[in-house]
Design a binder for this molecule. Structure first.
Ligand code: NIG
Ligand code: FE
Length: 388
């Protein structure tokens, strides 16, 4: 059994809190990796012998980012829609149908190439776990193939057949909901771990969302939800009621939404890349954190509302624009994402966890927000294997 020691770590973020520090920071530390898993964490001076050694040179080491919300299976380009928004047009979600048209017309090879390109782009930037949704196919065959392709790149695949009602069902949304709950779910479920619905005015109302999510649960899928993105609504409370792992966006919240989240195991996943790219007000992270809600950060990487794969960028936005502390933002982008995916094998560096980590070109985690836009991630290990 070959072993690898990552040694001379100036600041190690473990997210394994024995003390009051949620980041579980250790100084002058080392991590021993065996069989792709963390085998030992401790002071450098007590580090066991290993077959190979990586010298971190006193830099900071963190768990890999866990990006729990991304829409990577798509074709086409909506840069002009972004430019129009920057010139004053509002974001309505209407462009989703543009991407649906392009995605349906794309070959499997073209879709696979896009997912692969974005997954590699994210990995280089420290993202070792990435959820991937369908939702731009919206036919039985196109949702199934989207998830089949997504599953080649992630264990956390999400069926989002209820993204919007496609044009051909515009005047009979009930029929589309029946399609999603019936043949589409049957074709999608073998390739999916999760089910998601865009619960929003102009997409799916609470009754439709409840019906679809209940069918997904009956088929063995876990629940997550796009909720309260464009305006106030019932999505967050519906998610909590159904025991969703995560409700995502949470931009427009009533007190009752915050109270419901605070008393639940549902994570609030915030996606500040979407507010950045749609020039919208950011969610109130402080209100959620102060109420005791578990918060995750994710990219929402998609061609419309947030075309970034950079967790560091989202983390910097969360600190600068949403008043999260750098430590809260780092936790939310790693351990928080793991909670949002109900994973206990990622998001922390403790014995038994996957050896997913990044070595920074910086002495501490603070630099991720302090030096926005700078490529600070020197090396990424995924399952203990050094990446590109
Ligand atoms: O999470 N809100 C719904 N879905 C995506 C946007 C998709 C798009 O505009 O293509 C989101 O922001
Ligand atoms: Fe999304």
């Amino acid at each position: 059994m070959s072993s690898l020691l990552v040694d001379d770590i100036g600041e190690l973020v473990t997210n394994s809190a024995d003390s009051g520090d949620p980041l579980g920071i250790r100084r002058q530390a080392a991590v021993l990796i065996e069989e792709g898993r963390v085998a030992w964490v401790g002071p450098s001076r007590y580090a066991p012998a290993a077959d190979r050694r990586i010298d971190a040179g006193g830099a900071a080491v963190l768990p890999g980012f866990v990006d729990s919300h991304a829409h990577l299976v798509f074709a086409g380009d909506r840069a002009a829609e972004f430019a129009a928004r920057m010139a004053g047009e509002p974001y309505t979600g209407g462009g989703i149908r543009t991407t649906v048209g392009a995605t349906r017309a794309a070959s499997d090879g073209a879709l696979r190439a896009t997912v692969g390109r974005l997954r590699t782009e994210a990995l280089r930037q420290g993202t070792t776990t990435m959820e991937i949704k369908s939702g731009y196919g919206l036919t039985v065959a196109d949702e199934a193939r989207s998830l089949r392709i997504a599953a080649e790149f992630s264990a956390d695949t999400t069926f989002l057949g209820a993204h919007v009602v496609p044009t051909e069902y515009a005047d009979r949304p009930d029929d589309y909901v029946s399609l999603v709950c019936g043949p589409m779910l049957a074709a999608a479920a073998p390739h999916a771990r999760w089910i998601d619905v865009f619960c929003e005015r102009g997409a799916f109302d609470a009754d439709h969302a409840r019906a679809i999510l209940a069918c997904g649960q009956a088929a063995g899928l876990g629940v997550r939800l796009h909720a309260n993105q464009l305006g106030p609504g019932p999505g967050v409370r519906l998610g909590v009621e159904l025991g969703a792992a995560s409700v995502d966006h949470c931009t427009h919240l009533a007190d009752a939404d915050v109270d419901a989240l605070a008393g639940s195991a549902t994570v609030a996943t915030l996606l500040p890349g979407a507010e950045f790219s749609t020039r919208s007000p950011y969610p109130d992270a402080r209100r959620l954190l102060d109420a005791g809600v578990t918060v995750a950060l994710a990219t929402d990487c998609n061609p419309g509302s947030s075309y970034t794969s950079s967790m560091s960028f989202c983390l910097a936005l969360a600190v600068r624009e949403m008043r999260m502390t750098p430590a809260e933002a780092v936790w939310a982008a790693t351990a928080g994402g793991a909670r949002a995916l109900r994973r206990d094998d990622v998001g922390a560096l403790r014995p038994g966890a996957r050896a997913d980590l990044m070595i920074l070109d910086a002495p501490s985690h603070l630099h991720l927000a302090y030096r926005p836009g700078v490529p600070l991630i020197r090396q990424v290990l995924h399952n203990g294997v050094p990446q590109c």
